[in-house]
Design a protein around this ligand. Structure first.
Ligand code: ADP
Ligand code: MG
Length: 704
């Protein structure tokens, strides 16, 4: 069955069987039964337990096969060794979706992994979808139903939450009840044997009860499906992710610059960014953000007005705004005049608006409303500190009223204080005004509202450019290298691959004798560069394996012998294929362009300041291939060297289009050839606008 159709059934089942239902308190099968009943589920519940005839007032069955009516969803809470048989029976019965709570699968090792594979086979065979195994279950507050062993049911709200950790969910559920945060869907992903995060993201995207998607994940099952699902949903709903754990790619030792500079988590970061997903650093931030998204209109820009009754918090908030990419709005002259007329002379009428410690609720009201009316303001932050004359609760009510009157701009409150703020905060929360105890948290959450609009709008339907390429030639080179039992390509081979994709390179030829070296130098034209050709020597200059600017046959001969000598001295075990003779390129700005491969997301392209100081400067940026031209341009401009390439301090601008082309060609090459596991061009020289680029050092490693 189509996975999405399966999830629709999972969200709204007409009948549920609980396989392993129990009368005994403390058993999971009992928790699930009680949750189902207590959540107000209106469909039929069928407990399955061969030893009982009645469980919690519902007639029990020996097996799902014995039930006469059709069953939409089966929740499985029996020991792992019985699960396969139960799943097979569900298949026979025509059940559409399974929630397998039982643990003891992939997470216990090889044996469990085999068992889990069989589960998936059965799901495919009988066209069922499976959530889990090893999960907490599922809760839909709108149908309503709770098929989980959670303690309690979350309140109804608009947040769809999926989590790879069941334990974390129980903590959040408990906390959300206290904080009055409501959920539409609460899905425990478990081992993600069949249904995974991408499936649920898509389903949440279609779900009319959900306006906001939260995820806690440790990994994704399929990077491309994940990105595709996110890109589909983001235009309508924000997706926020907390991602923990280290990806497998990071564990692999990398020899290239690109490989070693990409951190274990880089691909995830880049994937989130490229698909419009916002990443929250921790769960607290995630829920701060959720509280702001709940019921709020999105801001149309980043200009904030601050209303306060104290100077200090106003300044703190201003600083926090600037650090988060929010601007302090320039109030219109009309607003300023209005405030001057209505506030005491000592009040600050520019932004932050300081209505002074004596500010009464009506003062707050007029300031907030003026700010909400101002066309130069996109959102309003209201700060309140408890001072002698402050009326906290009445002020809270004034804020709620202002929001009701002008609901289309975000309005967020910061009530700083302890006991005196408890009741006012309740007034705000009930009035749908997000309230925080400190300005920084409020600003951070507000900034996310704005940043969502930016990432949503940055998702473009731009095509991936295609360049002419000689794939046959690349195939031949790779197969020859394999025949030679190598994974690291020689310089001349790597350059030939780049050339096949029309990447501008300095011409290079392999010489095996000094005689040949001189002939090739003649052919290429002086001056030339000589480079050691050995798969075992990756960084050639480190061992004296490079001689540049050679102008005569004598110099070439001497360099040839010297390089071989140096190699023998420094790397006696290295297999030497000879010496590469290369055209001397005119120097330009040194760039690095490279690619490493992430297990989940595929080719990860790096761009940055090149040369021998790459590792120290770390002026680099990443994107996943394939890429659009806008992606390539962003990749360049995210670095500091990108700014220099535009031409600063009287320098001519560099040929940015040619650099984009090179990035796009590399992106095409590594997308076409999965066997290229690492590619490094360092340096490529960038020349003035119109003069192109030239790669002088291309390194390629292929997979085993
Ligand atoms: P490696 O990175 O293995 O040490 P490279 O081939 O990158 O060796 O060469 C080291 C440096 O020599 C480069 O950073 C560049 O400055 C210079 N160089 C190398 N090849 C050329 C060339 N063909 N033209 C001009 N300069 C070159
Ligand atoms: Mg180099």
């Amino acid at each position: 069955m189509d996975r999405q159709k399966g999830i629709d059934v999972l969200f709204n089942p007409r009948t549920i069987a609980v396989i392993g239902a129990s009368e005994t308190r403390g058993k999971l099968g009992n928790d699930v039964m009680r949750n189902l009943i207590e959540s107000g589920y209106e469909g039929r519940i069928y407990p399955i337990n061969p030893k009982s005839s009645d469980i919690l007032g519902h007639r029990a069955y020996r097996s799902i096969i014995d039930i006469a009516s059709t069953i939409d969803v089966a929740v499985i809470v029996i020991p792992a060794k019985f699960v396969l048989k139960a799943v097979e029976e569900c298949g026979e019965k025509g059940v559409k979706a399974l929630v397998i709570i039982t643990a003891g699968f992939k997470e216990i090792g090889h044996e469990g992994q085999e068992l889990e594979k069989k589960l998936v086979d059965l799901a495919e065979k009988y066209e069922m979808v499976i959530q889990g195994p090893n999960c907490l279950g599922i809760i839909n507050t709108s149908s309503p139903y709770n098929a989980s062993f959670s303690s309690g049911t979350p309140s109804k709200g608009t947040i769809a939450f999926a989590s790879q950790s069941g334990a974390l969910m129980t903590g959040i559920l408990d906390w959300s009840l206290m904080e009055k945060i409501g959920f539409s869907k609460f899905v425990s992903l478990g081992n993600k044997a069949h249904l995974n995060e991408a499936d649920f993201i898509e389903a949440f995207g279609r779900d009319p009860d959900s306006t906001f998607i939260l995820l806690y994940i440790e990994s994704v099952v399929d990077g491309h499906k994940f990105m595709e699902a996110c890109r589909k949903v983001i235009p309508q709903k924000p997706i926020f992710v907390v991602k923990s754990g280290v990806s497998a790619a990071g564990a692999r030792a990398a020899s290239s610059h690109t490989g070693s500079l990409a951190g274990s988590d880089t691909a995830y970061d880049v994937a989130f960014k490229q698909s419009g997903v916002r990443r929250a650093n921790d769960m607290a931030a995630l829920f701060d953000i959720a509280s702001v998204f709940d019921d709020m209109y999105l801001p149309s820009g980043n200009r904030v007005a601050i209303v306060t009754n104290a100077g200090g918090p106003g300044i703190l908030t201003t600083d926090a705004c600037e650090a988060s990419g929010l601007d302090i709005a320039q109030l219109s002259s009309q607003t300023i005049e209005f405030l001057k007329e209505n506030l005491p002379p000592a009040a600050a009428v520019y932004n932050p608006i300081d209505a002074l410690g004596t500010a009464q609720p009506e003062d707050y009201g007029l300031c907030i409303e003026a700010a909400l009316r101002d066309e130069n303001v996109d959102s309003v932050l209201v700060l309140l500190t408890p001072q002698a004359m402050t009326k906290e609760t009445e002020t809270a009510q004034v804020i709620v009223d202002a929001h009701t009157k002008y609901p289309d701009k975000p309005l967020i409150a910061v009530f700083m204080g302890g006991n005196s703020m408890v009741y006012p905060r309740i007034v705000l929360t009930e009035g749908h005004i997000p309230v925080f105890d400190f300005p920084e948290r409020a600003v951070h959450a507000l900034a996310e509202l704005y940043k969502y609009t930016v990432s949503r709008d940055s998702l473009r339907d731009e095509s991936i450019p295609k360049f002419k390429a000689d794939k046959k030639k690349v195939e031949k080179i790779i197969s020859d290298v394999r025949k030679d039992n190598r994974r690291v390509l020689l310089g001349n081979e790597a350059h030939a691959i780049a050339e096949a994709y029309d990447i501008p390179v300095a011409k290079i030829r392999l010489a095996t004798s000094s005689e040949e070296a001189k002939n090739l130098a003649e052919e290429l034209g002086y001056p030339v560069v000589l480079k050691i050709a050995s798969p075992d020597i990756v960084h050639k200059s480190d061992i004296g394996g490079i001689k540049v600017g050679l102008k005569t046959p004598e110099e070439v001969e001497a360099a040839f012998l010297q390089i071989l000598d140096n190699a023998k001295k420094h790397m006696p075990k290295a297999i030497i294929y000879g010496v590469d003779i290369q055209e001397m390129a005119e120097t330009g700005k040194e760039l690095i362009i490279g690619c490493s491969r992430d297990v989940q997301f595929g080719p990860l392209i790096m761009f940055g300041a090149g040369g021998i100081f790459v590792n120290y400067l770390k002026d680099i940026s990443f994107k996943l291939a394939p890429m659009t031209r806008t992606d390539a341009n962003e990749l360049i401009m995210e670095t500091k060297i990108g700014t220099l390439l535009k031409g600063v301090r009287g320098e001519l601008p560099s040929d940015v289009i040619a650099i984009e082309d090179t990035i796009l060609k590399i992106s095409q090459l590594v997308t076409d050839f999965e066997e290229i596991v690492e590619l490094d061009i360092n340096p490529a020289f960038a020349y003035d606008k119109g003069k192109g680029v030239s790669a002088v050092d291309v390194k390629i490693t292929i997979g085993g």
